[in-house]
Design a protein around this ligand. Structure first.
Ligand code: NAD
Length: 306
């Protein structure tokens, strides 16, 4: 693991990333352009660290997290940089160029972009060989899988080193070729498209759909991945079902109207107190706590399996 690492941007993702690396023994420096975001990040990093304590497992000595509104201070002596600023190409390009100007030539610069092509972002750098995608899944301190996405210019040694780093803090690295949405979100969005269509068409209530997916395929897929599931089911079974079912599945390319109409009515989900479901005062906080407790419990249980 790098002795010193820097996280640039401390909004939703930065704090959990910092807490995870610190627990593994790295001195993490967090930088944000906003003092307010840094103050919030101090609290959310402490919260993420407490969640990591609940999961248990090893905590390496020497780890720490410090916060700075001075990017030069945050990057001084760093060995590894993770960029997690908002998903805007021009902003990311200018931040990356700024980072490159302040770090040594051998420092790996990784981006947590959700889908901007790595090759395009890398054009902002003088040495794009050091640049790579490192896509954490939200919440980053709880989901122990990271998509590693080399761009066309990324050095093979940088990919190897990032895989080593990810393994060193106990996460599962997944190497991919560059593709829109990367792998995890492509699979998620394929599932969400069908789920929203089934609810919108009135085939199933949303409560029943959630039960079906959580206790059916969700529970099963947490234990056995889709490719292994094919073996479990039998490829011949998949052939006979997919031969009539695939053409029935939703294939629309637009966002479904049930979603756009909710947004137009100001219903965005947890952040606006209502979305697919209604939330009374206190419900959102209770739901969030419930989700964290569930993820901690399942992660502990799954850690005991292969
Ligand atoms: P966010 O908007 O919550 O936080 C971004 C932070 O960057 C803010 O605190 C902002 O003040 C700061 N920032 C803005 N300009 C900056 C600059 N020039 N220098 C330093 N900091 C600056 O965003 P987020 O949800 O944490 O996402 C960060 C990145 O991670 C994005 O690329 C996003 O696509 C990706 N990502 C997000 C999620 C998610 O679920 N939120 C999951 C995976 C990946």
């Amino acid at each position: 693991l790098p002795a010193i690492a820097t996280v640039i941007g401390s909004g939703t993702m930065g704090p959990g990333i910092a807490a995870t690396l610190a627990r593994a023994g790295t001195q993490v420096r967090v930088y944000d352009i906003s003092d307010e975001a840094l103050a919030r990040a101090e609290k959310s990093t402490a919260f993420a660290a407490s969640v990591l304590d609940q999961i248990g497992g090893d905590s390496a000595p020497g780890g720490s997290v410090s916060f700075s509104s001075d990017i030069a201070v945050a990057l001084d002596g760093t060995e590894f940089v993770i960029e997690a600023v908002p998903e805007k190409l021009e902003l990311k390009k200018s931040v990356l160029a700024q980072i490159e100007g302040l770090v040594g030539a051998d420092v790996i610069i990784a981006t947590n972009t959700s889908g901007i092509p790595i090759t395009t972002m890398g054009e902002a750098l003088g040495t794009p060989g050091r640049f790579i995608g490192m896509h954490w899944s939200n919440p980053p301190h709880l989901i122990p899988m990271i998509e590693v996405i080399p761009g066309e210019a990324t050095d093979a040694a940088v990919t190897d080193r990032l895989v080593e780093i990810v393994k060193a803090f106990g996460y599962h690295p997944v190497i991919e070729n560059e593709i829109a949405g990367f792998v995890e979100n492509r699979v998620l969005y394929a599932i969400l498209r069908e789920c929203v269509a089934l609810v919108q068409e009135g085939i199933v209530t949303q409560e029943a759909l959630d039960t079906c997916v959580k206790w059916g395929i969700g529970y099963k897929l947490a234990v056995v991945g889709p490719m292994r599931l094919l073996d479990m089911a039998g490829l011949d079974i998949y052939q006979s079902v997919s031969s009539y079912l695939n053409k029935e599945l939703d294939a629309s390319t637009e966002t479904p109207s049930v979603i756009t109409e909710s947004i137009a009515a100001g219903r965005l989900g947890f952040k606006s107190g209502g979305g697919m479901y209604d939330y009374a005062e206190g419900d959102v906080d209770a739901k969030r706590a419930d989700i964290v407790a569930g993820l901690v419990a399942v992660r502990k249980a799954l850690s005991a399996t292969t």
